[in-house]
Design a protein around this ligand. Structure first.
Ligand SMILES: [Ca+2]
Ligand SMILES: [Ca+2]
Ligand SMILES: [Ca+2]
Length: 454
């Protein structure tokens, strides 16, 4: 089971997959600093504008969101508002795997044990996912170097007042060569989860809901290729206890959806993008647009996505990698997942001082990429979760079937189609993306319409 995302630095595309390199570091050596006592100016982004979560008047207040992912980065307070993270409820689950020489594959051990919810610096995918829901502190001195001296700001989230419970079900694994087939498997370090670990996370969040942490949403930006009874049983336990369950469709394109997303009882989310991400008529990828197209900022002059739904439909494309619905699977809706900016500290990028310090990390060139554009149904999923949180704020009695049916009936239908999109590649060029009705579900979620339907 892998995290469903791709990452983009400035011009590279990397799959975050089972063999993503993990830095093994002692977590205790990192000091989590307190958040700065400053009030930052706030800015909204293209993706919130696209789903209209910014005009509903709801914020998810009073709603709990269990983010089942890689946990949060050790320096999460650099980015996320501490008051919105239930650190006392955070937890992690891991199942060991062992190499089976006979079958030449990994076997799950069958035993899940608890680990910290603080993730490693090897994958800060969960931090990025949480940032889409809550919003995050943003400052990237590289913007200034590129000619856009943006001051520190707070990027608005989809449901900024929810309480996030970090539940780490995607853990670090290090498999030495001696444990494996030395020919086909060298030393490996990767971040992943198992069906049992994910099921344990689902049950943990459900039990919290039963204990009074309600309403509760479980959001899963993860998936594996095959169904598993242990996971589906846990999902059914959650739903029958009133928990809302949202999951990524997967990034496998025509190969179909992953699990848990493909289960019909789950609210599943595919990924769409915006025609004018890296290019707009009259603005042919100059540095300004290149860096800040994602941010609505009057200063830079491209701050608005049309509110005319007929015009908007013609600017939405479905990504080539967003999983298509196969027989027996159910794709419910799509949301912005290409490309979403957010904190993604890791590797050398982690060795920086907090941005409100003197910034020496940048000065010494140690911090090339703490914010990344990530593309994936991983990024689309927290948009739908945020909208569901707004719905639960308005009506805490909503159950899974009701939330799913309203999200679908109020979605903006996206017809099958084809669109030429400027992309960074490499090489930078226009690429044509095509999609059928198996890639759209009921369409693009619309928060304002969903809230109005309650
Ligand atoms: Ca809008
Ligand atoms: Ca469904
Ligand atoms: Ca707008």
């Amino acid at each position: 089971m892998n995290v469903d995302s791709r990452e983009r630095g400035l011009a590279k595309l990397v799959l975050v997959a089972i063999c993503a390199v993990v830095l093994i570091v002692p977590l205790a050596s990192f000091h989590v600093s307190a958040a700065p006592k400053v009030t930052l100016p706030t800015r909204s982004t293209w993706d919130a504008d696209m789903v209209n979560s910014d005009i509903t008047g709801y914020s998810g207040k009073g709603v709990y969101v269990a983010v089942l992912d890689t946990g949060l980065a050790p320096n999460w307070k650099d980015y996320l508002p501490a008051k919105n993270i239930a650190t006392d409820l955070g937890k992690g689950f891991k199942e060991n795997i062992v190499w089976n020489a006979e079958t030449q594959s990994f076997d799950e051990s069958g035993t899940v044990y608890e680990i910290s919810w603080i993730g490693s610096t090897g994958s800060t995918h969960g931090t990025h996912v949480a940032s889409t829901i809550l919003g995050y502190n943003y400052y990237a001195p590289a913007d200034a170097a590129a000619g856009v001296p943006l001051k520190p700001l707070f990027v608005n989230g989809i449901a900024p007042d929810v309480t996030v419970i970090p539940v780490r079900v995607l853990a670090d694994y290090a498999i030495g060569k001696s444990q494996t087939d030395p020919v086909n498997y060298t030393d490996q370090k990767f971040v992943m989860g198992t069906d049992r670990a994910v099921a344990a996370g689902i049950r943990y969040a459900t039990d919290l809901k039963i204990a009074g942490y309600s309403p509760m949403i479980i959001t899963m930006s993860l998936g594996g290729p095959t169904p598993a009874t242990v996971m589906e049983d846990a999902i059914n336990y959650a739903i029958s206890n009133g928990v809302i369950v949202v999951a990524a469709a997967g990034n496998e394109g025509d190969s179909g959806m992953g699990y848990p997303g493909a289960y019909k009882q789950v609210i599943s989310v595919g990924a769409c993008g915006w025609e004018y991400e890296w290019y707009a008529p009259g603005l042919v990828a100059p540095p300004l647009r290149y860096r800040l197209w994602w941010l609505q900022d009057n200063t830079w002059g491209f701050n608005d996505m049309t509110e005319n739904t007929k015009a908007l439909v013609n600017q939405v494309y479905i990504t080539s990698w967003s999983s298509r619905e196969k027989e027996g699977q159910q794709l419910d809706v799509v949301a912005p997942g290409s490309w979403v900016r957010g904190p993604y500290p890791g590797g050398p990028g982690y060795s920086h001082l907090p941005w409100w310090s003197s910034g020496l990390g940048w000065y010494y060139g140690h911090n090339p990429g703490n914010f990344y554009y990530l593309g994936g149904t991983s990024m689309a999923t927290p948009h739908v979760t945020g909208i569901a949180a707004q719905m639960l704020q308005k009506d805490p009695t909503l159950d899974q079937a009701k939330v799913e049916s309203i999200l679908k009936s109020t979605a903006l239908p996206i017809p099958a189609g084809s669109m030429s999109i400027f992309d960074l590649g490499p090489p930078q060029d226009f690429y044509t993306y095509s999609w059928g009705t198996d890639a759209t579900g009921a369409g693009l979620v619309q928060a304002d319409a969903a809230l109005a339907a309650l």
